[in-house]
Design a protein around this ligand. Structure first.
Ligand code: NSP
Length: 233
């Protein structure tokens, strides 16, 4: 991690609400705001994004993401922590979200067979594999938290009525609503529970992974926007 970042112990003295997850998020600017306000994400909320290349690449992201959820179940420090992760893995990712991918890719005429991964897809999969292989619960939760919290960030900006096309509407609904908010709250809560007690070197490792994941989220939307001709700032 670069020296320009304030350590959690120094940051918490002046922060109004000194949550560890908020230290991670605010130390990941400007990428964080660039992700949640990204033109491609905004185009999804308006029902205008060309989802073909984005979803084809994201189907490969979700494969590594599912494996990472499994690693989180395995590395969690208690039964009570394993349960919400296992539930989300089984009920949402392996069921609702998987069904969405199959229907959406079919409707868009995209072959479900894995296309060549874009560089950012490969980089994101490598980061998730790195976190998974570490079997380090806070590191794993950091990557999961970025993926879910940033998605809640852009999806919660969608205005009613949601787009008519199910490809956009259901993608927004998958990343918004009370259950998804509770899931993001759980992930943040795990970082807030465990982060403050970690040695400073471990806190910096968690932040390093959190920032890398946030940067990859930005690059992923840039990739999608480039493929669809959606202008990037
Ligand atoms: C790249 C990416 N980041 C996050 C998510 C939300 N699970 C996703 N589907 N794809």
């Amino acid at each position: 991690m670069s020296d320009d970042v304030t350590s959690f112990d120094r940051w918490r003295v002046t922060a109004g609400a000194p949550a560890f997850s908020e230290w991670l998020r605010s130390s990941s600017e400007p990428d964080w705001t660039d992700v949640v306000t990204h033109p491609f994400a905004a185009a999804i909320t308006r029902g205008e994004a060309d989802m073909r290349h984005y979803l084809a690449q994201d189907f490969q992201f979700v494969d590594a993401f599912t494996a990472l959820l499994g690693a989180a179940v395995a590395s969690a420090d208690s039964f009570e922590a394993r349960v919400p992760i296992g539930r989300f893995l089984g009920l949402t990712v392996a069921d609702t979200e998987r069904g969405y991918f199959h229907r959406a890719l079919a409707a868009l005429g995209v072959n479900i067979a894995a296309p060549t991964p874009e560089p950012v897809t490969a980089d994101f999969r490598a980061l998730m594999d790195e976190a998974r292989s570490s079997a380090d619960y806070p590191l794993i939760i950091a990557v999961l938290c970025v993926a879910e919290w940033t998605y809640l960030g852009w999806a919660s900006r969608a205005a009613d009525p949601l787009p008519e096309n199910f490809v956009h509407r259901e993608w927004i609904e998958l990343h918004e609503g009370p259950e998804f908010r509770a899931w993001v709250g759980f992930l943040r809560g795990e970082l807030d529970r465990l982060g403050p007690g970690l040695p400073e070197a471990e806190q910096r490792r968690v932040l390093d992974v959190f920032r890398r994941a946030t940067h990859l989220e930005r690059r992923f939307f840039d990739m999608a926007a480039g493929a669809s001709g959606q202008a990037c700032p």
